[in-house]
Write a protein that binds this ligand. Structure first.
Ligand code: FAD
Ligand code: PHB
Length: 388
C-alpha cells in the first residue's frame, strides 16, 4: 500500500487531520491500536474554543456540534463559600462551546466512513521507519498478517503513550515535564447539571469541577490522591465528597444519580521539542500534555492539526515553508497553554505539601483575581483562546 500521509492514532488529532487532508485531495490512512468502540468509550475533554469550533466547521463536521453543543459565556469560581462569575463575553467578546470529545470523535468517524476513507482499527505492533529519509514506511500487523505502508509523511497523532515520539532518537528531542501530586476522579451521570455554567471549586478538601455534556448529562470531578483507584469510590462516596466541596447553593441543588462512567486521570505538564523530525510530525498529546484545569488539551491538538494540515497541503504543492516552520509555530502556542494550565492548577488545587503560608497566598491570589478587571480579563482571554 502507498499513501501520501500515514496517520498514527485515531483520536481527535488523527481524525481531524485525516478529514482536513481528505478535503484538500490528499490521501491518508489512519492506523489505530484500539477498536473503534474503545476510542469512543474514552470520556475526556468537553470545552471547545471558538477557533476549534471554526476548524470543525471548516472540516465539514460542525453540524451536530452547533445543534447539540452548549454556548457558555463564562465560568464560576467558588472559594471561601462564595461563587464569583468570570464573564468571558463581557471581558473578551467570546464564549466557549461545551461539546464532548467523544461526540467530536464520533462525528469525525462518521464523516470518514461516509467518504469511504481507510482506517485500520486494532492495528498491532505499529512501527515507523526511515522518517529521516524521503521514503518513510510504517509497518503493523492486522489479524496476524504483517503489512507495510509506504508514504511521504508520517503524522504522529498517537497520544502521550504512542510509538511515534518514542521512535525518535533520544538525542534529537528535548522534554520538559511536571507531574502534579494529585489526580482527578471523574464521574459522568445522566443528571441535570447543578448550574448552567461550569463551576471551578477551590476547597480545603481539594479541587472540584462541575461540568456537563448536555442539559441532561453532567460531568463532575474531584481532586484525589495519586495512589487512589476509581473502584474504591462508590457513587455515594463520590456525591458526598463533591457536595462537601461546593458552595451552599450548589450543594443544595446538586442532583445525584448512578454514574455511567468513573475514572481517574493523572495531572501532568509535558512538552517534547521539536515537533518535527524529518518526515515525522507530532501533533496533539503525542507532543504535549497539559493538566485539564485550563481545558486546553483538545484545543491544542486541534490547533496543531490546523497548522499541520495547512503545511502539508503546501508541501504537496511544492512549498516546504509551512513544514519547516510547523514546530516553532505550534510550540509558541503550546507553551502559552502550558503556562495557563499550570497557573490554573496551582490556583485551585490543594497541594499536599502546602503550609499555612501557601494556603493564604493562594486565597489572596483568588481574591485579587475576582476583584480585578485586568486579572479576570487575562484569565478569560486564555480560557477562550484569545491570548494563546
Ligand atoms: P488521544 O486522544 O490520546 O489519541 C491518540 C490515539 O492514538 C488513541 O486513540 C490511541 O489509542 C492511539 N494510539 C496510541 N498508541 C498507538 C500505537 N502505537 N499505534 C496506533 N495507535 C496508537 N483535556 C481537556 O481539555 N479536558 C479534560 O477533561 C481532559 N481529560 C482527559 C482525561 C484523560 C484520562 C486523558 C488521557 C486526557 C484528557 N484530556 C482532557 C486531554 C484531551 O483529551 C487530549 O488532549 C486529547 O485527547 C488529545 O487528542 P490526541 O488525538 O492528540 O490524542
Ligand atoms: C470536562 O467537561 O470534562 C472538563 C471541562 C473543563 C475542564 C476540564 C474538563 O477544565
Amino acid at each position: 500500500m502507498r499513501v501520501q500521509v500515514a496517520i498514527i492514532g485515531s483520536g481527535p488529532a488523527g481524525l481531524l487531520l485525516g478529514q482536513l487532508l481528505h478535503r484538500a485531495g490528499i490521501d491518508a490512512v489512519i492506523l489505530e491500536r484500539q477498536s473503534r468502540e474503545h476510542v469512543l468509550g474514552r470520556v475526556r475533554a468537553g470545552v471547545l474554543e471558538q477557533v476549534t469550533v471554526d476548524l470543525l466547521d471548516r472540516a465539514g463536521v460542525g453540524e451536530r456540534m452547533h445543534r447539540e453543543g452548549l454556548i457558555h459565556d463564562g465560568i464560576d469560581i467558588h472559594f471561601g463559600g462564595a461563587r464569583h462569575r468570570i464573564d468571558f463575553r463581557r471581558l473578551t467578546g467570546k464564549g466557549v462551546t461545551v461539546y464532548g470529545q467523544t461526540e467530536i470523535t464520533r462525528d469525525l468517524m462518521n464523516a470518514r466512513a461516509a467518504a469511504g476513507l481507510a482506517t485500520v482499527y486494532e492495528a498491532a505492533d505499529v512501527a515507523i521507519h526511515d522518517f529521516d529519509t524521503d521514503h518513510p514506511r510504517v509497518t503493523y500487523r492486522k489479524d496476524g498478517v504483517s503489512e507495510t505502508i509506504a508514504c511521504d509523511v508520517i503524522a504522529g497523532c498517537d497520544g502521550y503513550h504512542g510509538v511515534c515520539r518514542a521512535s525518535v532518537p533520544a538525542a534529537a528531542v528535548s522534554t520538559a515535564e511536571r507531574i502534579y501530586p494529585f489526580g482527578w476522579l471523574g464521574v459522568l451521570s445522566d443528571t441535570p447539571p447543578v448550574s448552567p455554567e461550569l463551576i471551578y471549586n477551590r476547597h480545603e478538601r481539594g479541587f472540584a469541577l462541575c461540568s456537563m455534556r448536555s442539559r441532561t448529562r453532567s460531568r463532575y470531578y474531584v481532586q484525589c490522591s495519586l495512589d487512589d483507584s476509581a473502584e474504591r469510590w462508590s457513587d455515594e462516596m463520590f456525591w458526598d465528597e463533591l457536595r462537601r466541596r461546593l458552595d451552599a447553593k450548589a450543594a443544595e441543588t446538586l442532583v445525584t444519580g448512578p454514574s455511567i462512567e468513573k475514572s481517574i486521570a493523572q495531572l501532568r505538564s509535558f512538552v517534547a521539542e521539536p515537533m518535527r523530525f524529518g518526515r515525522l510530525f507530532l501533533a496533539g498529546d503525542a507532543a504535549h500534555i497539559v493538566p485539564p484545569t485550563g481545558a486546553k488539551g483538545l484545543n491544542l491538538a486541534a490547533s496543531d492539526v490546523s497548522v499541520l494540515a495547512e503545511a502539508l497541503i503546501a508541501f504537496f504543492a511544492g512549498d516546504a515553508h509551512g513544514v519547516d516552520t510547523y514546530s516553532a509555530r505550534c510550540l509558541r502556542r503550546v507553551w502559552r497553554a502550558v503556562r495557563f494550565s499550570w497557573w490554573m492548577t496551582g490556583l485551585l488545587h490543594r497541594f499536599p505539601d502546602a503550609d499555612a503560608f501557601a494556603h493564604k497566598v493562594q486565597t489572596a491570589e483568588l481574591d485579587y483575581l475576582v476583584g480585578s478587571e485586568a486579572a479576570m480579563t487575562a484569565l478569560a482571554e486564555n480560557y477562550v483562546g484569545l491570548a494563546l
